[in-house]
Design a protein around this ligand. Structure first.
Ligand code: ADP
Ligand code: MG
Length: 246
């Protein structure tokens, strides 16, 4: 579903290029839910933006549904992104003057789908994410967690190959964070949605079946760097158990 090969990326700061990602290799199978874990500045958002086709990598390749996205021209990429890639932002990025239902329908407007079909699909998804009674409200009338549910419904409306989420619970309190992660896990299990979820929190990452970890722009492979990874996992385990007990 998603294959990242020898991916490197540099930003040009003034005259000096800064390497932010170095030799990244991994794959995500259809129906997997993966956490991309790393501390602030480790390159998580850069990697996610490259995979979502929002920027072109300096080196390496990204395959999504067997298509090399870095080989596409701007138009091909724009169409591919709208049909095959879902994205969930930390700050929801809903359009304030559109209703909840209209926000969810928007990707289908770009696809030229008829209004009746758009409405049906949006209402089905909004019910799925627990917002059946909120469809005609505006985003500002919802809580943060509810707004993120709208954004999740919107990310799924085109039935994308993969959904990327960049710190989707970063603006939410702990209880709401847990509800949103429950929802993503449930959508993965019951609808088979493939998710890559960026987080800097071990407690969030621990809830997915698989964790890939970035450190200073490089992937920390499980097994290749056992000591620091094992130590961090233990700490996260203790925290998570403490939270559950409390
Ligand atoms: P994370 O999401 O893990 O916090 P980022 O991918 O946002 O990390 O950033 C990784 C590094 O790349 C940081 O050092 C950051 O300052 C740098 N960086 C990110 N975006 C840009 C940019 N557009 N121009 C220059 N440097 C950038
Ligand atoms: Mg980030």
């Amino acid at each position: 579903m998603l294959v990242v090969q020898q991916l490197s990326h540099s930003f040009l700061n003034g005259t000096e290029p800064t390497r932010v990602l170095i030799g990244i290799d991994f794959r995500v199978e259809r129906g997997e839910i993966v956490a991309l874990l790393g501390s602030s500045g480790s390159g998580k958002s850069t990697l996610l933006n490259l995979m979502a086709g929002l920027m072109k990598p300096t080196e390496g390749s990204i395959l999504i549904a067997d298509r090399k996205i870095e080989k596409m021209n701007e138009n091909e990429l724009a169409v591919f992104r709208r049909t095959h890639i879902g994205f969930i932002f930390q700050s929801y990025e809903l359009i304030p003057h559109l209703t909840v239902r209209e926000n969810v329908e928007l990707p289908l407007v770009f696809q030229g789908l008829k209004a009746k079909l758009r409405r049906e699909r949006a209402l089905t998804l909004l019910t799925r994410v627990g917002l059946a009674g909120k469809t005609e409200l505006f985003p500002s009338q919802l809580s943060g967690g509810q707004q993120q549910r709208v954004s999740i419904a919107r990310s799924l409306i085109t039935e994308p190959a993969v959904v990327f989420a960049d710190e989707p619970t970063g603006n939410l309190d702990t209880a709401t964070e847990s509800e949103i992660i429950d929802l993503l896990l449930e959508l993965n299990v019951n609808l088979g949605i493939t998710f890559v979820i960026v987080t800097h929190e071990h407690e969030v990452a621990k809830r997915t079946k698989r964790i890939i970890q970035l450190r200073d722009g490089r992937l920390v492979e499980p097994g290749s760097d056992p000591e620091p990874l094992a130590a961090e996992t233990d700490v996260a385990g203790a925290d998570a158990m403490g939270t559950v007990a409390a």
